[in-house]
Design a protein around this ligand. Structure first.
Ligand code: B16
Ligand code: MG
Length: 214
């Protein structure tokens, strides 16, 4: 049996821009300008690991109590940005694939590093469509570690080789590849080199693709 695992930020909803805005504010408070290229390396990476990367890029060292304060601050900023998310924010192609999966009996899971995943899916009104939700609260190892996707496959009861993962991040594609799943990268006009397949948008994937891919 085949299964789909969707990443959240950048695949189901464009919250990646809000993570970037929030981290930019935090970085500025360290006197450091976070670049777009650096932000690409934060996609799919946990909040804690993201802060560690920013601190190391800025050559800044702070103690664990301060770290906790900045992690909380980042999440407050982020939660303010995502407060008004609604069905309208679901990215093109998501509903089409969810409907296709339902018709074909393909179970779907969420595989996200975000600890805000449940809340976001509720705001979008599609939480009930996911048989399994693996989020940052259920994982201890950040992507590119395959834990999030392997747990998803295990909870769905499917062979990892039969899982198609939709990802927008370098770390997430690497995690899917390590889990021996089929990695499908969705990143606009860009490309993720290591992905098995690249498409501009979920909407661009012809449905026949799923008949032949595994
Ligand atoms: P939170 P994904 C990831 O979500 C984001 O891409 C990444 O930028 C973020 O740091 C991480 O979630 C943690 O999110 O701060 O909400 O717990 O792409 O794996 O769905
Ligand atoms: Mg993502």
């Amino acid at each position: 049996m085949k299964a789909f695992i969707f990443d959240l930020d950048g695949i189901i909803v464009d919250t990646a821009k809000y993570h970037f805005k929030s981290w930019k504010i935090i970085s500025k408070s360290f006197g450091f300008e976070l670049s777009k290229n650096q932000n690409e390396l934060l996609k799919g990476v946990s909040r804690e690991e993201s802060l560690d990367r920013i601190l190391s890029w800025g050559g800044i060292s702070i103690d664990k109590f301060e770290k906790k304060k900045y992690l909380e601050k980042k999440n407050e900023l982020y939660k303010d940005f995502i407060n008004n998310l609604s069905q309208m924010d679901i990215l093109p192609g998501v509903k089409k694939l969810i409907d296709f999966a339902a018709i074909k009996g393909i179970p779907i899971a969420l595989g996200s590093a975000s600890k805000n995943a449940h809340q976001i899916l509720k705001k979008l009104g599609i939480k009930s469509k996911f048989k399994v939700i693996i989020d940052g609260n259920l994982t201890s190892k950040s992507k590119p570690h395959p834990e999030v996707f392997l747990k998803g496959a295990q909870m769905l009861g499917v062979n990892p080789k039969k899982v198609i993962v939709f990802e927008d991040s370098i770390a997430g594609v690497e995690a899917a590849n390590k889990a021996k799943m089929v990695s499908v990268a969705i990143c606009g006009s860009g490309k993720i080199e290591n992905a098995r397949f690249n498409f501009n948008s979920l909407d661009d994937i012809p449905l026949e693709f799923f008949e032949n891919v595994i």
